[in-house]
Design a protein around this ligand. Structure first.
Ligand SMILES: Cc1cc2nc3c(=O)[nH]c(=O)nc-3n(C[C@H](O)[C@H](O)[C@H](O)COP(=O)(O)OP(=O)(O)OC[C@H]3O[C@@H](n4cnc5c(N)ncnc54)[C@H](O)[C@@H]3O)c2cc1C
Length: 389
């Protein structure tokens, strides 16, 4: 069993760390105070991602991406996850479902997205359809040689940084025909209702949209009618690993800050780490990180060795569940070790504390992940989690 990172993986991790420190961290406070990354900063940010070699981080070379392995992507994402205010999303990840597109769709959407000339967002959730996407009410109807989309979408992340939307709709309102459509921005009939504020301040918005008979040419349907979930499955595996990597990076940063503070802060005549109550918190934080990181690197390496797609899905749920909840526990302790300073917005642990909460909700809540894991145990046996190989 070879557990060593290769020199290339180490080099990529170091480069991503430097990118995070030099490009993302200097933008944290202003993003938090402004509520989003200020418009005036966005073009330079895209250029920085290109210059540092992180454009198309999750796609194959033949599609204009970097051709990184899963483990290489993970070591990069872990470092990006150190940044607060969702600034990691500045290193955009073109939707993975685009790799199943036609040659023309790849040319018009995937290639320019990998090059930083376009950006897409994804709209599945609605007011009545969250964990249960069969409740989606957005309809697609085919008339006069084109599709017309009607409905309302919620929580569309990075809408204001995107120039196209992948819309999940039900053909003729039939939940057995979930289908994806590439919708350009602007298009007639797209109404931006509002972009509400959330617990975190994030680099971009989370919009609510109304689609009023939005016309979409037939060649902009992604995949086949009814393939909506199938195409999104690979996306879920990717985003769940990505969340595990970000939350791991966030937990490590908070622990480093807490560890330094516990060494330098003195009360009752000695560093607070000399109180066992504090040192035990640090010990628990380190061990939780050790467990999450071991799981994550193992699964990434397994995927690079061709892990079966269904097993990858099962593992991704376990990773997302464990790492997002682990980071919540770790960062909560970091706030505690820093005392009042940990509650100040100018302190990264306060921002990490707010940022990390959504990771137990989006891309499938913790309860949905437990449901997936429970189902996998019933179908394949406990061994898929308790065994090895
Ligand atoms: C900041 C943010 C950004 C987002 N970005 C996007 C985006 O870009 N695109 C997009 O399409 N969506 C996005 N979402 C939506 C997100 O994926 C949903 O919020 C999530 O899937 C949960 O749906 P819901 O909020 O409707 O909660 P609900 O599904 O209503 O769940 C409410 C509660 O019930 C529990 N529950 C529901 N079903 C079950 C069950 N079967 N078993 C046990 N418990 C259950 C849930 O776990 C939760 O605790 C975003 C959400 C947020 C907060």
């Amino acid at each position: 069993m070879d557990l060593d990172l290769t020199p290339r993986e180490r080099e990529l991790a170091a480069k991503a760390r430097a990118f995070c420190d030099q490009v993302l961290l200097p933008r944290e406070i202003e993003t938090d105070e402004h509520g989003e990354l200020p418009q005036a900063r966005r073009a330079a940010m895209i250029q920085a991602v290109i210059d540092w070699g992180f454009a198309g981080v999750n796609h194959a070379k033949q599609d204009g991406g970097r051709g990184f392995t899963t483990l290489e992507q993970i070591v990069i994402e872990e470092q990006l996850g150190r940044a607060t205010n969702g600034l990691w999303t500045c290193v955009w990840r073109p939707p993975v479902s685009l790799k199943f597109g036609t040659e023309a769709q790849k040319r018009d959407y995937l290639l320019p997205s990998n090059q930083g000339r376009r950006r897409g967002c994804f709209a599945i959730t609605e007011s009545g359809a969250g964990s249960d996407p069969r409740q989606v009410r957005t309809r697609a109807e085919f008339r006069n040689n084109q599709w017309y989309l009607s409905g309302e979408k919620w929580f569309v992340t990075s809408y204001n940084a995107s120039d196209y939307i992948i819309v999940h709709a039900h053909v003729d309102g039939d939940p057995d025909k979930p289908t994806l459509f590439l919708v350009d921005k602007p298009s007639p009939g797209i109404v931006h209702l509002r972009s509400p504020r959330f617990m975190h301040n994030y680099a971009f918005d989370h919009a609510e949209l109304r689609l009023e008979e939005v016309p979409v040419p037939p060649e902009r349907m992604l995949g086949e009618i009814g393939q909506g979930f199938e195409l999104t499955k690979d996306w879920f595996v990717e985003t769940r690993l990505q969340i595990a990597a970000h939350t791991l990076g966030a937990a490590i940063r908070a622990t480093e800050i807490a560890n330094d503070y516990a060494t330098t802060r003195e009360q009752f005549g000695k560093p607070i780490r000399d109180f066992q109550a504090v040192e035990f918190m640090l010990a628990d934080m380190a061990v939780e990180i050790f467990a999450g990181k071991s799981m994550l690197y193992r699964v990434a390496a397994e995927m690079d060795r061709g892990l079966d797609r269904k097993l990858a899905h099962a593992r991704a749920s376990a990773l997302k569940l464990f790492c997002s909840e682990m980071a919540g526990r770790v960062i909560d302790r970091a706030v505690q070790i820093l005392g009042g300073r940990g509650y100040m917005r100018e302190n990264p642990v306060e921002r990490l504390y707010r940022d990390i909460r959504v990771d137990r909700i989006w891309e499938g809540t913790s309860e949905i992940q437990r449901g997936v894991i429970g189902g996998q145990i019933r179908k394949r046996g406990l061994e898929i989690y308790t065994g090895w190989g």
